[in-house]
Ligand binder design. Structure first.
Ligand code: ZN
Length: 301
């Protein structure tokens, strides 16, 4: 009788241990990692390779500003060892989800250490532009933060992660030189671009462009009639010719603006999400290259 009770206690303890989730070095399979959106997910996969199993909460073509978590998200988080987030108040819906999921792993803020750009909306208390991934220099910081987190959680494979990091960094540097060259010769009066929301602050700072948008730094805010009228005036006055749609936002407002100003649609940009696997921006590097070439082609036409 006593033995049976002991056995039951042991079985209960084992069950409880299993419920607390995977422990580093305990399970032999890939590390379960959750990334909040597709761009971070791609970076984690580049560095982690087959040693990680990545779940993206907001997938390709999804808008992370206005995301509404689903029950599967909490389930994925409850089993994750690492959660990679952008930070800079980008994922406003995340804290409640993390709490509800009883996530017990390590939370990595990919943007930690970048120089954030403040935005003009001073009555808003989150005064930093969250779209830091739109500069390749910042991507190097993201890559370092992700690599450190993987190497710390899984020290046995640290060399593997550092090797992948080195190869990735080399590609980022090549692309940075390519993009600089694309914009180097552009005259000053051909550097203003209209997009739907203010997602390209870091991009414009890096490459000397100027973006204007009817929506603010979040797709959440409605563009007011006054803002739209001011934008239309600015497009006419400055002779801005290129208006770019975004894959994650409704194009109707921008189409109306082009009709009223005679500006033309220069293409579609990928701001906050990758494209699907068959699209032109299915990886972070492809996204940066596609945006830059689309912009450069329209601006120099
Ligand atoms: Zn955005």
């Amino acid at each position: 009788m006593r033995d049976r009770r002991k056995l039951l206690i042991a079985a209960t303890a084992l069950f409880a241990l299993a419920l607390t989730g995977p422990t580093p070095g305990w399970s032999a399979g890939p590390i379960p990692v959750v990334a909040t959106f597709s761009i971070l997910g791609d970076m984690v996969e580049r560095i982690g390779g087959e040693k990680v199993a990545v779940t993206m909460l907001v997938g390709p073509n999804g808008d992370a500003h206005v995301y509404q978590p689903i029950p599967e998200d909490a389930r994925a988080l409850s089993q994750a060892e690492i959660l990679v987030v952008n930070g800079l108040s980008f994922e406003g819906w995340l804290d409640r989800l993390v709490e509800a999921s009883h996530f017990a792993g390590v939370r990595v803020v990919a943007s930690d250490g970048i120089e954030p750009i403040a935005f003009a909306n001073h009555d808003h208390h989150d005064a930093f532009d969250p779209h830091a991934w739109q500069s390749l220099a910042n991507a190097l910081v993201y890559v370092d933060n992700i690599t450190e987190a993987l190497a710390t959680s899984d020290p046995g494979n640290a060399d593997f992660y550092y090797r992948n990091r080195a190869a990735y960094v080399a590609e980022i540097e090549v692309l940075e030189a390519e993009i600089r060259k694309l914009f180097a010769e552009l005259p000053a009066d051909r550097r203003t671009v209209v997009t739907s929301h203010d997602a390209f602050g870091y991009f414009s700072e890096a490459y000397g462009l100027h973006f204007v948008a009817p929506h603010g730094v979040s797709t959440e805010s409605e563009a007011s009639a006054t803002d739209v009228a001011a934008l239309i005036r600015q497009i006419r006055q400055e002779g801005i010719e290129a208006v770019f749609l975004e894959s994650i936002t409704d194009s109707r407002l921008l189409e109306q603006i082009t009709r009223e100003t005679g500006a033309s649609i220069g293409g579609t940009l990928y701001s906050d999400a990758l494209s699907g696997p068959d699209g032109p921006a299915s990886t972070y590097l492809d996204m940066m290259r596609y945006n830059a070439t689309t912009l450069a082609r329209a601006l120099s036409a």
